[in-house]
Design a protein around this ligand. Structure first.
Ligand code: 5RP
Length: 225
């Protein structure tokens, strides 16, 4: 296992130690979140942990079902106790870029309904300033050309995300556009500006939802709150 995989697994294992019987748990998406879902599966199977999961993507749903993790949804539970999810970058204020795996819309909805969001990462995700990773935004296909024109005018170098030779489609059958935000100083303003463009459904900027970041670094685990 590579160093970053060890770090992701360590962070995931630490995060699941916060789970308790009776909790509703948001299940994140991506490689790091998969380690957490697998660890939860073990606890459910071997230790009889009684939780209900709300997955943030079809992939995470399939994995949780395979592992026998009981699932719920917003028709039955509108409040989530803890969500464990990954990130593409986090800064000293625990602000995040997410959406590298294309699940940012459901991830943001789940994060917004969660009392404590725990973000699990390897050490490569820690940055002083967000933006080296391109910012994903989810858009309605109908508005693609209009949105691209606006984003170009804003100097954000929009690029439609591809899946081999065709556009990547999200779980909601939307498109992802990746943006270069490295020059952007005011992320709160950027978030508002992007969300004001009709057809942009959501952005991968998570500016105020994170309660705790758990980072694997070498063989250690560091916590930021
Ligand atoms: C998916 C995400 C992921 O949490 C993010 O891309 C990190 O992925 P990984 O754990 O595979 O490094 O936001 O939409």
């Amino acid at each position: 296992m590579s160093n970053s995989q060890v770090e992701k697994k360590l962070a995931a294992e630490k995060a699941v130690s916060f789970l308790k019987d009776g909790m509703v748990v948001g299940l994140g998406t991506g490689n790091t979140a998969e380690y957490a879902i697998k660890a939860i599966g073990e606890l459910v199977k071997k230790n009889g942990l009684r939780i209900k999961g709300i997955p943030t993507s079809e992939n995470s749903k399939k994995l949780a079902e395979t592992l026998g993790i009981p699932l719920t949804d917003f028709s039955k539970d509108t409040s989530i106790d803890i969500t464990i999810d990954g990130a593409d970058e986090f800064d000293p204020y625990l602000r995040l870029i997410k959406g590298g795996g294309g699940a940012l819309l459901r991830e943001k909805i789940v994060a917004s309904a969660t009392k404590k969001n725990i973000v699990i990462v390897d050490a490569s995700k820690k940055v002083n300033r967000l933006g080296k990773f391109l910012l994903p935004v989810e858009i309605i296909p109908f508005a693609k050309e209009l949105i691209i024109k606006k984003l170009e005018e804003l100097g954000l170098s929009p690029k439609i995300r591809m899946d081999k030779d065709r556009p990547f489609l999200t779980d909601e059958n939307n498109l992802i556009i990746d943006l270069n935000i490295i020059q952007q100083r005011n992320l709160e303003y950027l978030e508002k500006r992007l969300k004001s463009i009709p057809g942009i459904v959501e952005t991968g900027l998570f500016l105020s939802t994170t309660g705790m970041v758990i980072m694997g670094e070498g063989n250690e685990v560091k916590t930021f709150e």
